[in-house]
Design a protein around this ligand. Structure first.
Ligand SMILES: [Zn+2]
Length: 422
């Protein structure tokens, strides 16, 4: 090693790998952040690598696109929009249409480091189980990972229509309109398809006990089914809709205290292995001007996830620091083919966070680097604060100030992930 030019005194601080957030939305039809604003929030939050989505465009009345374009095209658009990134990032492919032309694209995308593909079972761009099965077979052959947002669309749509007709305009109806069993039904279907086709499958943003139970049911082979939850599902309850109205509108919705407990039970037994943010930047203006059923989805979390999850998991529930590092750093890196990330092993990328576990502060949207002008954790006092974030050895954030350079963050070509005895 060369002589150090600078010595940093980390006594009393935790020295941990940078957080890997594999579920983030930036600069597209669902999120207002640019790469510069989202990755600034990430750097302040101790996140050194994120995985965003490149979308296959679709056309409809509500679609942001004018024409149907390929997934390759979506990747190019994201690469062009990401030149101002301050931290490293990868991309999942997002499949929004049942177009068999897609199948000819997949091998090239996997070779280009896009080794996971997301599909939805709900919304106007949701896919049928039959098409998802077709995609899974191809992903299996390419050693790639299938990712799915699982909620049963017709159950959710019929409940929303029923509540609308009954004039139930209070946002506290949100969780009942997208119920836990609708999530569990679709989670069960897709996990079963993955198991039957022998495909690596990652169930994203698991929000409730029933959906986690569904994933657990298909993990008896011990290798190919994995699951994620998000920080908000471990610590917030539906009470947040009473307090903040439609601002925390997300899907699946925020649920109950028992579901918070279930997220920890299933994280501890490994059914769920990753905690992400599902970061989406929206503004109050866009969120608060319509009824809850018309409101855009999404909540921002890149800047606050580590301190909030640390406070909930370690301070409130007695989880260990190795647990924290597993679910925030090591597991997401391993799950998505990032061998140089999520670890402090010599020879890896030197993505390092210094974290003061004893400093207490109050979360406020005034500190947001994201263009989002609110936070679902507004006013929450947490103990534990990110003090420094390093990416590939360079300081990118220190004491609440972003010091990294836009453009220093690089696209990471991910490897084909190896899971279990795969
Ligand atoms: Zn998402």
């Amino acid at each position: 090693m060369p002589d150090a030019e600078e010595t940093v005194d980390a006594s009393g601080l935790l020295v941990m790998p940078g957080v890997i957030d594999p579920h983030v939305h930036i600069d597209d039809h669902v999120s207002l952040d640019t790469y510069e604003t989202a990755t600034s929030a990430a750097a302040l939050g101790g996140v050194t690598t994120l995985i965003d989505f490149a979308w296959q465009s679709y056309v409809s009345e509500d679609s942001p696109w004018e024409e149907e374009r390929s997934l390759h095209d979506g990747v190019e658009r994201k690469r062009e929009n990401s030149t101002e990134a301050l931290i490293d990032f990868g991309l999942h492919g997002g499949i929004l249409r049942e177009d068999p032309d897609l199948f000819d694209e997949l091998a090239n995308l996997v070779d280009a480091g896009i080794t996971s593909f997301k599909m939805y079972t709900t919304y106007e761009f949701g896919l049928s189980n039959g098409f998802i099965r077709e995609v899974f077979e191809r992903l299996r052959d390419l050693d790639a990972v299938g990712v799915a947002h699982t909620e049963d669309d017709s159950v959710c749509e019929s409940l929303i229509a029923k509540f609308r007709a009954a004039g139930r305009t209070d946002p506290t109806w949100l969780p009942a309109a997208r119920p836990d069993y609708a999530e569990a039904m679709a989670a069960d279907d897709i996990a079963r398809l993955a198991q039957e086709t022998g495909t690596k499958y990652y169930g994203i943003h698991t929000s409730c006990r029933k959906a986690a139970e569904a994933l657990a049911r298909y993990q008896d082979d011990g290798s190919l089914i994995r699951g994620e939850t998000c920080t908000h599902y471990t610590t917030l309850t539906g009470e947040v809709y009473r307090k903040l109205g439609t601002l925390p509108k997300i899907a699946p919705p925020i649920r109950t205290g028992d579901d918070n407990d279930a997220m920890f039970e299933y994280l501890r037994d490994g059914t769920l292995s990753v905690v992400s943010t599902d970061h989406v930047a929206q503004t109050r203006e866009r969120k608060e001007n319509s009824e809850w059923w018309e409101d855009p989805f999404g909540a921002n979390g890149l800047q606050t996830s580590l301190p909030v999850f640390h406070d909930e998991a370690v301070n409130e529930r007695g989880s260990s620091y190795p647990f924290l590092v597993r679910v925030l750093c090591a597991n997401p890196a391993q799950t998505f083919g990032l061998p140089n990330k999520g670890t402090l092993e010599p020879g890896t990328d030197a993505d390092i966070v210094l974290f003061d576990p004893n400093e207490t502060y109050t979360i406020s949207a005034r500190d947001n680097a994201s263009v989002a002008d609110y936070t679902i954790y507004e006013g929450r006092e947490v103990t534990g604060k990110v003090t420094r974030t390093y990416l590939r050895g360079e300081l990118v954030a220190t004491d609440g100030e972003v010091v990294g350079k836009p453009g220093y963050g690089e696209f990471v070509r991910r490897e084909r992930p190896v899971w279990g005895e795969d």
